[in-house]
Design a protein around this ligand. Structure first.
Ligand code: SAM
Length: 286
């Protein structure tokens, strides 16, 4: 069944009485070249298992199932159930879990369904939960090798911006802390049904086993980063002083100890700089 054929999709929808829910980010892929590329560039192959988030009619699920040992997909919309039963019928290595991914214990799901196998995450993410899903996979340190996801183009640019460069933000710092992000390819808005108002891009995040930063207090590290970017045009010493309750003169000394100039702005610091600052602040009363 050609799931990128508009006629086929419309016929499926009519027969099963399905209609799109815009608020769930239901823009389904109809460009036949995209899903095979996501699966291949996402590392789907024999010996690998894939976790998908958001199946739609199963267009990407099929490509993952063709290449991987096993696929588990989390989909919130139970209205898609009869459609998926039909579109995925030929695959005995796919299981769809109908649940909200944000309410799902992904660590347990991976352990239960995949055991010790190598796991990759591949998805065309619903735009309204792009960052929370990515950060959950990273922060919960899920045992996955890589995450290859389609997101809105602007989000992809922000996520892939290197810390210490003009376009970076708290999200790119978080992503780079846990992974190596890479922009794979752009997907124009006409590749979806219905077509969204913006273009998309596929990115791949390779999870780092060790980022070499030796951060001992991650909570403080990310608090510093969030505070720094909360007023990105300002010198970070100002929001940080308020956030941490440390007077500016003392904080200036800690900046100097970390080799950071007092006038630095959030986008000028690399992750190494943030890690050094975090260590100085954390050790100040020791
Ligand atoms: N993979 C399909 C494709 O590429 O055509 C569908 C992608 S569509 C952008 C996003 C999918 O995620 C939809 O099927 C939607 O119902 C599902 N979804 C939205 N919110 C979700 C959530 N919180 N948990 C799980 N799935 C969700």
């Amino acid at each position: 069944m050609q799931l990128t054929n508009i006629g086929v999709i419309k016929e499926l929808f009519e027969r099963h009485g399905f209609s799109f829910t815009k608020s769930l980010g239901q823009n389904f892929l109809i460009n036949p070249t995209v899903c095979p590329k996501i699966a291949e560039m996402g590392g789907c192959e024999s010996g690998v298992c894939a976790l998908e988030i958001g199946t739609g009619v199963g267009v990407l699920t099929q490509e993952l199932a063709r290449r991987c040992d096993k696929v588990v997909a989390v989909e919130i919309d139970t209205g898609l159930k009869p459609i998926l039963e039909e579109t995925l019928a030929e695959f005995d290595n796919v299981e769809v879990v109908f649940a909200d991914v944000m309410e799902t214990d992904l660590k347990s799901l991976i352990a239960e369904k995949f055991g010790d196998s190598e796991v990759v995450v591949c998805a065309n993410l619903p735009y309204y939960i792009t960052s929370p899903v990515i950060m959950r996979v990273l922060e919960e340190k899920l045992p996955v090798k890589a995450m290859t996801v389609m997101v809105q183009k602007e989000a992809a640019d922000r996520i892939c911006a290197a810390p210490g460069t003009r376009d970076c933000g708290a999200l790119s710092c978080g992503v780079s802390y846990y992974s190596e992000p890479k922009m794979l390819f752009k997907v124009n808005r006409g590749s979806f049904m219905p077509a969204p108002n913006v273009d998309s891009a596929v990115i791949r995040l390779d999870i780092k086993s060790d980022n070499g930063l030796n951060v001992t207090d991650e909570k403080l590290f990310f608090r510093i980063i969030r505070s720094a970017f909360s007023q990105r045009r300002k010198q970070i010493i100002n929001p940080l002083s308020g956030e941490l309750g440390i007077a500016k003169p003392e904080l200036a000394g800690l900046f100097a100890d970390s080799g950071i100039k007092q006038t630095a702005r959030a986008e000028e610091l690399t992750l190494k700089d943030y890690a050094a600052l975090c260590a100085s602040i954390s050790n100040r009363n020791k």
